[in-house]
Ligand binder design. Structure first.
Ligand SMILES: CC(C)(COP(=O)(O)OP(=O)(O)OC[C@H]1O[C@@H](n2cnc3c(N)ncnc32)[C@H](O)[C@@H]1OP(=O)(O)O)[C@@H](O)C(=O)NCCC(=O)NCCS
Length: 163
């Protein structure tokens, strides 16, 4: 069964390597600080002995109404200058586990969590911050739309149709 858990002090962060130094560094040096400061939550796919196969982070975020695609914007009340969203700030898989569809499962797990949380705290879309063109290609496959800011956007309504 595919199951993610909250990052804990037992997880072996030092062994993690996804091929993108900034994402490795974040997990090793910053993730726990961000969790303590309530800046983000971090979920991991764990292997035996607290190995980290992959991880992602979630935070509350918002998006200016003016940059939302027009077909969505016209359905939103104009009084909302910013729309509430959820950010998948980082998502990465250790190189030993890449290209086995686990990245896809990790993304679906993150989207499901965002969708379930949107029943408790309003959030009309999920945002991602693609690091490079590979990441943009990866997220495009799942319907994420590129915004002017470089961020990518998937409406919660689209996500609700999956779950
Ligand atoms: C991006 C990442 C999460 C994908 O995970 P993965 O397990 O290797 O990918 P999957 O096996 O689930 O593949 C899913 C689809 O994405 C595609 N894909 C995977 N990695 C890709 C890449 N680097 N560039 C473009 N497409 C990619 C696969 O070809 C597959 O598409 P297909 O159905 O056409 O075959 C993983 O490669 C990773 O952690 N990379 C380093 C960190 C990173 O760049 N994160 C991106 C967010 S900032």
């Amino acid at each position: 069964m595919f199951k993610t858990v909250r990052l804990s002090e037992h997880h072996r962060r030092e062994d993690f390597s996804c091929g993108k130094p900034t994402l490795d560094h974040y997990l090793k040096r910053q993730a726990n600080q961000d969790i303590k400061r309530k800046l983000s939550a971090c979920f991991v796919l764990e292997g035996a002995n607290y190995q980290i196969k992959g991880y992602y982070t979630l935070s509350s975020d918002n998006i200016p109404l003016v940059i939302v695609p027009s077909e969505i914007k016209k359905k939103m009340p104009a009084s909302y200058h910013y729309l509430p969203t959820t950010l998948i700030g980082r998502l990465a898989l250790d190189t030993r586990f890449q290209r086995q569809r686990l990245g896809e499962l990790l993304l679906i797990d993150a989207l499901k969590r965002c969708f379930l949380l949107s029943h408790e705290i309003g959030s009309m879309a999920v945002l991602v911050d693609p690091l490079d063109t590979d990441a943009t290609t990866f997220y495009s496959q799942y319907g994420f739309i590129k915004l002017e800011s470089g961020r990518m956007f998937l409406p919660m309504k689209t996500i609700s149709e999956i779950f």
